[in-house]
Every structure is written in C-alpha cells, then in structure tokens.
Design a protein around this ligand. Structure first.
Ligand code: NAD
Ligand code: TDX
Length: 346
C-alpha cells in the first residue's frame, strides 16, 4: 500500500501518518507538504526513513503533485488529501492563501488523480454546512445543504464541490469525509484547546471568545483517522462520509474543564480566564450525525470520555514543550493585534 498524504506535517495529517506506519506494516507513505507556518517537522519525528518520505512542495504545484501521484499504481494505493489552510481566524484576516491551497490545491490534486486513474480520499469539515441553532434537533447529515460562513469554510465547500464534479464528470475514484472539531496531540497552538493549555503552561491567561455559548462537536484526532482508514478500506467511490463522536460541548464548558484539569482556580468575579471580543461571523453550533458512517463502515469512536481525552492532550503539551514553545510568542502577538482591531471596531 502506497499513500501520498498531502498536509502530512500538519495536525491531523501527521497523526494519520503515525497511525498508518504503526498499524499497516505494508504501507509506504509520501508526505507532500509545503511546510507552512502550520506544519511542524518534529511531528514526523520517530518515523522510519525507509517507509516515510517528506517532499516539501505545494500541492498546487502540478509538476510535483503529478510526479508523486503517477507512482500510485497498486490496487490499494491512494492520495489522502489533508492539505489546507485550516484556521478560521486567519481566513478572516487573509483569505487568499485559503483560496490558493484549498481550491487551487484540491483542483491540482484532482487533475493528477484524473490523469493517472489514482484513488483519492478528500478530507473535509462539518463547517461546510454552516451552523445550527443551539436547540435545533437536527444534526448535519450528508444531505444537509452547504451554507459556509467564513472564507475558510467557503473554500473547503468549494473544494468538496470540485471533488464531486470530478467524480461525476470525469469518473475520478474519490471519497469525501466531513469531520467535526478534532483535538489531541500535535495541534497548532493557534487553535482553541491547545491555545488555552499552552497559555496556562506559559503563565498567560486563557482567552474565551464572546460569551462562550458556541458549541463544537469534539472528536479525538485518532478516532477521526481511524474512520479515514475505514473509508480507505471499505468506502464506496463518490460517497460522502460524516465523521463525529457525539461530543457536543459549549466553549465555556471546555474552558472550565481545561482550567479545572490544570488547577486554574477563579476568585470572586474572576473565573481565571478572559472573555475577549467575539470572532466576526462566529458560527454558533456544529453537530454531526455520523450514524450512516458507523452503520456502513462499522466504525466507532474509542475516545468516548472527553475529560480523559483532554487530560491526555494536556499531558502531551506538558511533556512536549519544545514542540510548541518556538511558535507560541508569535501566535500570541498576532492574536493581540487581532484583539486590538476587533476591540476598536466594537
Ligand atoms: P493544519 O493546519 O494543522 O495542517 C495543514 C497542513 O497542510 C500543514 O502541514 C500545511 O503546511 C499543509 N499545507 C497547507 N497548504 C498546503 C499546500 N498548498 N500544499 C501542501 N501542503 C499544504 O490542519 P489540520 O487541522 O491538520 O486539518 C487537516 C485537514 O482536515 C484540513 O483539510 C481541514 O480542513 C480538515 N479538518 C480539520 C478539522 C480540525 O478540527 N482541525 C476538522 C475537520 C476537518
Ligand atoms: O482563543 C480562542 N478562544 C475561543 O473561544 C480560540 C482560538 C477559539 N475560540 C473559540 C472559537 C470556536 O467557537 O473556540 C471554538 C473553536 O475554535 P477553533 O479551534 O479556531 O476551531 P473552529 O473555528 O471551530 O474550526 C475547527 O474545526 C473545524 C478547525 O480549526 C477547522 O479546521 C475545522 O474544519
């Protein structure tokens, strides 16, 4: 089994590569990653050099992508396409890299797969469906209409549409998956959970956007990747698989849990964290109905205890300071600038 894993030096992609190398002794992996600010070479540490190769290039570079996809000639070979600009806050400040990587990058991967008859699994997000009311009884299903809110989710939605069109118009052998919010080791410190954990480890105050009522549907990254592997093994071409673990929690609840697990105690009116100006256009709630995927593929999440998963994640950041410390200050400086602009506009 030969896999080209785009974005394999990012959070979910790198965890995927570790899982594949551990669980599939026959697998050879080529990581195609342009090593943006979100990538971390150390995320691939410890992987055997004779089974994992890192090619540092843009997946929108047609020559490189074409050359790597041409090598996928075996019946189980595939491209697993994780590469994307992934952070909503950045997409509000600078949308162009999102159009480039998420749309042009996906187009380039699709064209290479079309030329060489290669199989593709495209990794996407629940954010393409927009958001739900807090009391909406219906969760997202593969039939939910697309209604993205941010430049990030709009470009992911565009990429999904390209994949569907290439399946229908050109017969490209592709599957799609739309997953909810991931957490776990190796996630960039710009994201909600690692930002709060590393703020506390660094002696900074945690930052909650707005009231904290917004709800996210959390899934451990290893559960997401186990589902992606099941799609590679048994997924049907042209199908969309929703991946989620019934992990809905408000941001306030998650913040309180992190503070509790890390010994941050509020006093009087001070809860121990700061409420800051809300994200513009902030999606209220995401929730995935993954019953179709579970029934068809026989996949079930294993991290069913969120508090235990969070504890494991906190331990990872505590034990791997050298992984995140070099980028922490720059990320917080950027957030401080954004907060200032938002406060001035409020
Ligand atoms: P990430 O930002 O941590 O990693 C993305 C990786 O892609 C980085 O290593 C980056 O260098 C690389 N990359 C970006 N543009 C590239 C390009 N043009 N060519 C080659 N490499 C490029 O993101 P993540 O959280 O690991 O997300 C991975 C995928 O999963 C994305 O497609 C994202 O939309 C999707 N997803 C993420 C979540 C989540 O909660 N993080 C949930 C559902 C779906
Ligand atoms: O400091 C923060 N404080 C805060 O309250 C940050 C960084 C975020 N938040 C809130 C915003 C969101 O409601 O926490 C929630 C989660 O924020 P992010 O980690 O930025 O994730 P989100 O915007 O929900 O998108 C994530 O899940 C879906 C990933 O970044 C996407 O790539 C994925 O598609």
């Amino acid at each position: 089994m030969r896999l080209v894993v785009t974005g394999g030096a990012g959070f979910i992609g790198a965890n995927f590569v570790h899982t594949v190398i551990r669980d599939r002794p026959d697998a050879q992996v080529t990581v195609l990653d342009s090593m943006t600010y979100a990538a971390n070479r150390a995320s691939l540490d410890g992987l055997p050099g004779d089974r994992m190769e890192l090619v540092e290039a843009d997946c929108a570079d047609a020559a490189v992508t074409d050359r790597l996809v041409a090598e996928l000639t075996g019946p189980d070979d595939a491209v697993v396409h994780f590469a994307a600009e992934s952070h909503n806050d950045n997409s509000l400040a600078t949308p162009w890299p999102f159009v480039h990587s998420n749309i042009v990058g996906t187009y380039t991967v699709l064209e290479a797969c079309r030329r060489h008859g290669a199989r593709l699994h495209h990794v996407s997000t629940d954010e393409v469906y927009g958001d739900l009311e807090l009391d909406d009884p219906a969760k997202f299903t593969p039939e939910t209409a697309y209604s993205p809110s941010s430049p990030y989710s709009a470009t992911k939605a565009g990429a999904d549409m390209l994949v569907r069109a290439w399946v229908r118009s050109f017969g490209v052998r592709a599957t799609l998956s739309n997953c909810s919010n991931n957490y776990g080791p190796r996630q960039h410190v710009e994201k909600f959970i690692p930002r709060q954990i590393t703020n506390i480890l660094d002696g900074r105050r945690p930052r909650l956007y707005g009231s904290g009522d917004n709800v996210r549907d959390w899934i451990h990254v290893d559960d997401h990747n186990a589902a992606v592997l099941r799609v590679l093994d048994a997924g049907r071409d042209g199908r969309t698989y929703l991946i989620g673990a019934d992990g809905e929690r408000s941001n306030l609840e998650v913040m309180r849990m992190i503070c509790d697990l890390m010994g941050v105690v509020g006093t009087g009116d001070d809860p121990g964290f700061d409420h800051v100006t809300d994200r513009p256009g902030h999606d209220l709630r995401y929730a995935i109905d993954a019953r179709g995927t579970r029934d068809e593929l026989g996949w079930d999440p294993r991290y069913t205890d969120f508090r235990a998963g969070l504890e494991q994640t906190i331990a990872w950041y505590r034990e791997n300071r050298s992984w995140w410390e070099p980028v922490k200050e720059r990320v917080e400086q950027r957030y401080a600038q954004t907060e200032k602009v938002l406060e001035e506009g409020a």
